[in-house]
Ligand binder design. Structure first.
Ligand SMILES: O=C(COP(=O)(O)O)[C@H](O)[C@H](O)COP(=O)(O)O
Length: 337
C-alpha cells in the first residue's frame, strides 16, 4: 500500500490493511468495514473547513478503494456513504456522513437477512448443499432454512489456496449441520449426492455472469453436467454498475506465497535446472517457473439457475433490469472528485 494520504486517520489505514491482507474478507464484510471506516474518519477528522473535511473523506475512501479490486461491494459502499455527505459546516458534514454510514451498515445486515429468507425457500427438508469458499450471503440462506425447521447437510469445498471452506465448515457445525469437507478436486464426485450448489458473489455483471472465488466457474459447469442447480446468494450491493457500460471486472491476482512456499519453489527449481547457485531461487531469478494465483473467476450466466437478492430471486439474464433501477445508467467515483 502507498505511504498514506494526508489527513487519513490511522483507523482507516488499519482497516485498509486488514482488507488488503484478508484479515477482513468476503464482499459483504469488506463493504461493512469500509462504511464503518468512513464513519470513523468523519468522527475523528480534525479538518477545520468543510473543504478540508471533504478532501479527507475522499482520501480515506481512496485508501480503502485501493485495497482489493474485485468485490464491487467496496466501491458501492464508498459511493453510497460519500453521496450522503451533506452540509455547510464541518459539524453537519460529520453528522451526515456518520448517519449515512450507519444506515448503510443497517441496510446491509437487513438485506442479508431478507435474502436469506428468500433463498431458504429454494431449500427443502433433507437437502444436501454444496458450498464453495465462505459467503455470509450464502450462509444466510442456510441459516433461514434451519430456522424454518429444515434439516440440511453440507458438502463443503476446502477452497484452495486459503481454505475459506474451513470458516464455512466451522459456522455450519456451530449450527449443528452435518458437514463433509472435501478437497476442491473431489467436487464432481460429490455432486452425485448434492441437491443444490450454493455460492456467494463478489460482483455480478450486467449480463448475469457471476464473479466469485476461483473455482466457482468449474464447479458450475460440473453442476450443470450433473443436473444440480446452482444458486447464487448476493445482495444487490454486489451488482456491478460499471458493467452496464461494457467495463469488465478486474480479477485480483494474489501473491505466489499463498500457493507455494519458498522451500517448495526450491524443490521444483533446483540449481541444476536454473544453472545457478543453490541460493539463486527467488521468483525473480527463477523466471521460468511462474506461479499465477487469480483469486476469482467468472461464471457465465448460462450456468447459473438463480440469483437470490434481498429484492427477490432473478434468472441471471434479467438482473440488468434491477441494476438499472438501483444504479441508473452511469456511476461516478466521488473519491476522485
Ligand atoms: O469469494 C468470496 C470471498 O473471497 P475472499 O475470501 O477472497 O474475500 C465470497 O464468496 C464472496 O465475497 C461473497 O461473500 P459474502 O457473501 O460474505 O459477501
Amino acid at each position: 500500500m502507498d505511504e498514506g494520504e494526508p489527513g487519513v486517520v490511522p483507523a482507516v489505514e488499519s482497516t485498509a490493511e486488514d482488507i488488503a491482507e484478508m484479515r477482513t474478507r468476503g464482499a459483504a464484510t469488506i463493504a461493512d468495514a469500509a462504511a464503518a471506516a468512513l464513519a470513523t474518519q468523519a468522527d475523528r477528522s480534525t479538518a477545520e473547513t468543510p473543504a478540508a473535511f471533504r478532501r479527507e473523506l475522499r482520501a480515506a475512501a481512496r485508501t480503502l478503494y485501493e485495497t482489493r479490486p474485485t468485490a464491487v461491494s467496496l466501491p458501492n459502499a464508498l459511493r453510497y456513504v460519500l453521496r450522503g455527505m451533506d452540509g455547510d459546516t464541518v459539524a453537519d458534514l460529520r453528522a451526515s456522513t456518520i448517519a449515512r454510514a450507519e444506515a448503510f451498515q443497517r441496510d446491509l445486515a437487513q438485506a442479508q437477512e431478507t435474502l436469506g429468507e428468500i433463498g431458504a425457500n429454494r431449500l427443502q427438508d433433507g437437502d444436501v448443499v454444496m458450498t464453495h469458499c465462505h459467503s455470509t450471503d450464502a450462509l444466510s440462506c442456510i441459516e433461514a432454512a434451519l430456522e424454518d425447521g429444515k434439516a440440511l447437510e453440507a458438502i463443503v469445498k476446502e477452497t484452495r489456496p486459503r481454505k475459506q471452506g474451513h470458516i464455512t465448515a466451522r459456522q455450519l457445525r456451530e449450527w449443528g449441520v452435518p458437514v463433509t469437507l472435501i478437497v476442491d478436486n473431489a467436487a464432481r464426485r460429490y455432486l452425485d449426492r448434492t441437491d443444490h450448489v450454493l455460492v456467494g458473489a463478489d460482483s455480478i455483471a450486467a449480463d448475469g455472469s457471476v464473479i466469485n472465488k476461483i473455482g466457482t466457474s468449474g464447479l458450475a459447469v460440473n453442476a450443470r453436467e450433473r443436473g444440480v442447480p446452482l444458486m447464487v446468494a448476493a445482495q444487490t450491493i454486489k451488482l456491478h454498475p460499471d458493467t452496464m457500460t461494457g467495463h469488465t471486472v478486474e480479477i485480483e491476482l494474489r501473491d505466489e506465497s499463498e500457493v507455494l512456499t519458498g522451500e517448495e519453489r526450491a524443490s521444483i527449481v533446483d540449481s541444476e535446472s536454473t544453472g545457478g547457485d543453490e541460493g539463486d531461487r527467488s521468483p525473480e531469478t527463477d523466471g521460468a517457473l511462474t506461479v499465477e494465483n487469480p483469486a476469482f473467476d467468472v461464471t457465465p450466466a448460462r450456468y447459473v439457475d438463480a440469483i437470490v437478492t434481498e429484492r427477490g430471486q432473478f434468472p441471471p439474464e434479467s438482473i440488468v433490469t434491477l441494476m438499472r433501477e438501483l444504479f441508473g445508467e452511469t456511476t461516478d467515483e466521488p473519491w476522485e472528485a
